[in-house]
Write a protein that binds this ligand. Structure first.
Ligand code: DX5
Ligand code: ZN
Length: 223
């Protein structure tokens, strides 16, 4: 497809936590670009997962950059902790930030890349005013909270709109998708304009991580 660089970010939510170190090595050796860390608080989403303590262990176990996705209420309370724990990028949900512009600035001041995340029901227009101030936009292609859900096709027009705005304004903003990304769906997300692809089940559910990552990358590049 385009000249856009494709980046693959495996989500450790689907990894075997009994052997997290080995799981991280398998994706690093398998050619992953980033590692996606899903933080859930049992409030914004029903599930509870990872805190800064585990993020720190992930940072120590891999040289891949940590793409931290905060699915928590009042994320500004924890931004600094996750940056200290090694987050390279911090993603905050628009739905949890009444002062989005301020929260984005907080992430950058703490020293990380700032990402704004949109639930499926949140329109692209909700981030239009901060597009010049962020490093990344993440379009959720499932309702957040769990791995292994089905890709929502209705998100494609939102990805196309954001891609158009980013290109029209000539911004250096990555466009990420997360949820239900696999060999059958990644091509459509890439064709719509995404360039960072989170995948949990499609990578950690595969016996050969290198093969899984290469297949995803190829499908995105060929789209
Ligand atoms: C969903 C998480 C995703 C999830 C992706 O709330 O944000 O990152 O782990 O998992 P798959 O790829 O299995 O849909
Ligand atoms: Zn995620």
């Amino acid at each position: 497809m385009s000249q856009r660089d494709v980046r693959i970010a495996p989500s450790i939510l689907a990894a075997d936590f009994r052997k997290l170190g080995e799981e991280l090595s398998s994706i690093e050796e398998g050619g992953a670009d980033w590692v996606h860390v899903d933080v859930m608080d049992g409030r914004f989403v029903p599930n509870i997962t990872i805190g800064p303590f585990i993020a720190e262990a992930v940072r120590d176990a891999t040289s891949l950059p940590l793409d931290v996705h905060l699915m928590i209420v009042e994320p500004e309370r924890y931004v600094d902790d996750f940056v200290r724990a090694g987050a390279h990028t911090v993603g905050i949900h628009v739905e949890t930030c009444p002062h989005l512009h301020r929260s984005v600035a907080q992430i950058r001041e703490a020293g990380a890349r700032a990402c704004v995340v949109l639930n499926p029901s949140t329109p692209a227009s909700s981030v239009e005013h901060v597009l010049d101030d962020v490093d990344q936009v993440l379009v959720m292609t499932v309702n957040p909270g769990f791995g292994g859900q089905k890709f929502i096709e209705g998100m494609l027009p939102k990805i196309e709109t954001l891609r158009r705005w980013i290109d029209e304004r000539d911004l250096d903003v990555a466009l990420e998708v997360d949820g239900g990304i696999g060999p059958e769906t990644i091509g459509r997300a890439a064709a719509a304009g995404a360039d960072v692809f989170v995948a949990g089940t499609a990578i950690f559910g595969a016996p050969d991580r290198k093969e899984a990552i290469s297949a995803l990358r190829k499908a995105a590049e060929d789209a």
